[in-house]
Write a protein that binds this ligand. Structure first.
Ligand SMILES: Cc1ncc(COP(=O)(O)O)c(C=O)c1O
Length: 433
C-alpha cells in the first residue's frame, strides 16, 4: 500500500460540484479546434483584449540569458516590484507610500491567498469569507494550509457588499471562536466576485475596524481594480476603492492589512501566472514616509517576511515577470489599453443583459469584474441544490457551461455566474445554447 499523507488525501474527497467542472474544462469550445465543444461561460477569464496583450507580449519579449536564471530571487525583481508599486500608487491611491519593499511577487492571486493562509493560520484555524464567495478561495485557503474557510451568512435582507453586512462577520467571528475554530483573518474579493459589484466604502471601513478590534488580518483581493465599466444599468459606476486608500493608522495596525493584485484579470492573462502581495506594514512605520528608495526585497510587514520565506514555492517565471514588467512600464500602451478594455466590457455587458432581458432572466446588475450573477431559479425542478446541479448538467449537455451558485457557497438555489467578457461569436453561441 502506497502511503499518501492525510493532508494530501483530504483534498481528494469526491464532490459532485467538481465533476461537472472537470467534464466541461476538458471539452471546451474552440471555433477551429473543437467547434462541437462546450462554450465555457463559467470561468472568470476576460477574453476581450487577448489579441492586444498577445501582440504586446510578442513584440517585447526579447529574451536574454538573464531570463534563464533565477533572477533576483523568489520575491521578484526590484524592477517589477517598483513597477507594481507605481501601478498601485496610481490605481489604488494608497494613503501611505507604497514601494517595492511592500511587495512580493508570486505566480498569481490564487497562490497569494494560499501563501497568506499558510502564514496566517494553523491547520484547523479559520478565515472568514462572506457568501457567496469566489469558488477558488476554498482550495486556496484549505488545500495546503489546512486552514478552514468559515462562511458568513447574511440572509435574504442584507446585501453582502453593504455596510450592514459587517455585523454578520462579527457574529460569524464569535460563533466560530466558540465552536473551537479561532478566526485569524477576513478575506474579501473587492470588488466582489461573484456579485460583480464593489463594496460600499462604509463596509470597507467597518471591516477594517472589525479586524482591528479582534486583531485579525484583512486580506483584500483586488484583482479587478481596473475592470469597471459604465452601462445603461449603472451609467456611472462607483470608482474602485482600495483598502490601501484609507488612512490606515486611523483604523487598524497596518501590519494586519494585505492586498492582492495580479496580471490575470485586468490584463486578460490568467495563464501567464503572475501576481503580487502588497503589504503596507512595517516599512512605512520603520523607515517613515518618503524613504522608499533602494533595491532590496527586505523590509515590509512581519507577514511579508514570512511570506518571502516560502515564496520560492510560488515564484513567478522570469518570462512572466518580463511580460508583466513590459506592460506595466509602457505608459502609452496602458493609456490606450484601459479605455478600449472598458469600451469592450460595456459592449459585451450590454449585449448579454439585452439577451437576459429578452428571456426574462433576472440578474444582478454588474459594474465591475467580467461576469454577471444571474437568477435561473425559475428553471429549477424544485428548490434544492440537486436541482441546481441537474440544471447545470442540462446546460452542459446543451453545450454551455455556467458556474453554479452552490460552488460559490450561495445562500439560495438557482443563481449562476455568467462570464460576459467573452468574444462575441462565442458569447452569442453560448447564450443561444
Ligand atoms: C477574486 C479572485 N481572486 C483570485 C483569482 C485567481 O487569480 P489568478 O489566476 O491570478 O491566480 C480569481 C480568478 O477568478 C478571482 O476571481
Amino acid at each position: 500500500m502506497v502511503h499518501i499523507s492525510q493532508r494530501a488525501l483530504s483534498n481528494l474527497v469526491p464532490s459532485k460540484l467538481h465533476e461537472i467542472r472537470s467534464h466541461c474544462f476538458h471539452n471546451q469550445y474552440d471555433r477551429d479546434l473543437n467547434p462541437e465543444g462546450i462554450v465555457a461561460l463559467a470561468v472568470a477569464e476576460n477574453k476581450l483584449m487577448r489579441d492586444e496583450i498577445v501582440q504586446h507580449i510578442n513584440m517585447h519579449m526579447n529574451i536574454k540569458p538573464v531570463h534563464l536564471t533565477y533572477g533576483e530571487g523568489p520575491a521578484g525583481s526590484s524592477a517589477l516590484r517598483s513597477a507594481v508599486a507605481s501601478f498601485v500608487t496610481e490605481v489604488f491611491r494608497p494613503s501611505m507610500e507604497i514601494t517595492e519593499k511592500h511587495i512580493c511577487i508570486c505566480n498569481g492571486a490564487g497562490s497569494a491567498v494560499d501563501d497568506l493562509a499558510f502564514c496566517i493560520g494553523e491547520p484547523g484555524e479559520g478565515i472568514l469569507v462572506g457568501r457567496p464567495l469566489y469558488v477558488g478561495f476554498f482550495p486556496d485557503i484549505e488545500a495546503r494550509a489546512k486552514v478552514k474557510s468559515v462562511l458568513v451568512d447574511f440572509g435574504a435582507g442584507v446585501n453582502p457588499t453593504s455596510a450592514a453586512a459587517v455585523t454578520a462577520y462579527e457574529d460569524a467571528y464569535h460563533r466560530s471562536n466558540s465552536a473551537g475554530v479561532p478566526i485569524r483573518a477576513i478575506l474579501i474579493s473587492s470588488p466582489h466576485n461573484p456579485l460583480g459589484r464593489p463594496y460600499e466604502t462604509e463596509f470597507l471601513a467597518g471591516i477594517l475596524r472589525l479586524c482591528s478590534k479582534y486583531s485579525i488580518h484583512l486580506i483584500s483581493d483586488e484583482v479587478y481594480a481596473r475592470s469597471h465599466f459604465p452601462s445603461t444599468d449603472i451609467p456611472h459606476p462607483p470608482p474602485f476603492v482600495s483598502v490601501l486608500s484609507f488612512p490606515l493608522h486611523e483604523y487598524i495596525d497596518s501590519e494586519l492589512v494585505h492586498v492582492i493584485y495580479a496580471m490575470s484579470k485586468d490584463f486578460c492573462a490568467n495563464g501567464v501566472r503572475i501576481g503580487a502581495v502588497i503589504s503596507p506594514g512595517a516599512a512605512n512605520q520603520l523607515t517613515g514616509r518618503g524613504n522608499g528608495k533602494g533595491g532590496s526585497a527586505v523590509g515590509g510587514s512581519a507577514l511579508l517576511k514570512s511570506f518571502r520565506a516560502i515564496a520560492s514555492f510560488t515564484r513567478a517565471s522570469q518570462l512572466a515577470e518580463h511580460a508583466w514588467l513590459n506592460l506595466l512600464t509602457d505608459r502609452p500602451f496602458l493609456d490606450w489599453y484601459f479605455p478600449l478594455f472598458q469600451t469592450r466590457m460595456t459592449d459585451a455587458y450590454e449585449y448579454t443583459v439585452s439577451r437576459l432581458r429578452e428571456n426574462h432572466i433576472p440578474y444582478n446588475s454588474a459594474s465591475v469584474t467580467s461576469f454577471i450573477w444571474i437568477d435561473l431559479s425559475h428553471y429549477l425542478r424544485e428548490d434544492s441544490q440537486d436541482a441546481e446541479l441537474e440544471l447545470n448538467w442540462r446546460m452542459a449537455r446543451g453545450g454551455v457551461w455556467l458556474a453554479m451558485g452552490a460552488s460559490f457557497g450561495s445562500e439560495r438555489n438557482g443563481n449562476f455566474r455568467l462570464t460576459f467578457a467573452t468574444p462575441r461569436e462565442e458569447l452569442t453561441l453560448g447564450l443561444d445554447r
